[in-house]
Design a protein around this ligand. Sequence first.
Ligand code: GLP
Length: 241
Amino acid sequence: MRVIKTKNYEQMSKKAASFIMAQVISKPDCVLGFATGTTPIGTYDFLAEWNGEGIVDFSRVKTVNLDEYCGISSENPHSYRYFMDKNLFERINIDKRNTYLPDGQAKDCNEECDAYEKTIGSLGGVDLQLLGIGNNGHIGFNEPAEVFPKKTHRIKLTESTIEANSRLFEKKEEVPRYALTMGIQTIMKAKKILLIVSGKGKAKILKKVLECDVDPKVPASILQLHPDVTVIADAAAGEEL
Ligand code: GLP
């Protein structure tokens, strides 16, 4: 595992975007795994900028996202589909038919989760998965648990995640209580993983993720076992390392 500390959010974002750009340049038809949250917004801004300047070409890239809220439509500004469209896909030359997220409105969630796993498999797996971490160490929406959940599944969000994500909603009651998320095994099967972490509020959990025993109560700690992980933390998030 490589850990890179940058002086601020902008430098973290630029390094992360360079890393993703390098992946696309090395393999123009690669499969990128993307994440939502506030942390990757700066990374997506750089990618959009460089795509506009013709430095990186997404025309053959395919993407899969980690997760989606249950019960809200893709037109809802809080949905992760909407987030990805606005923050990245509509700003780059990707074919939107090649961008995949779990369908949080599916009638049969189990069927949808199985289909999502099959989609990832039929694309040939993920070449590079971008991750952020939740305040409780979750990745995707894999919340702290007694065991590591393996495949894509429906999950009940913890109170701490609902609380943390409510900052993006008008009222806490509006935050969906369930989500569909890639499982830990799905994430760990990615060939490379890039974890980005920003802000003082993540400093303690980042230290724990990197230094504690591998423990499903700190889901991101499993990344210690992945053969190719790069962590990019800004100074505030990296201050306890
Ligand atoms: C959500 C997403 C995660 C993300 C996390 C942290 O829960 N499901 O993928 O890493 O939020 O978000 P932020 O970057 O806003 O702190």
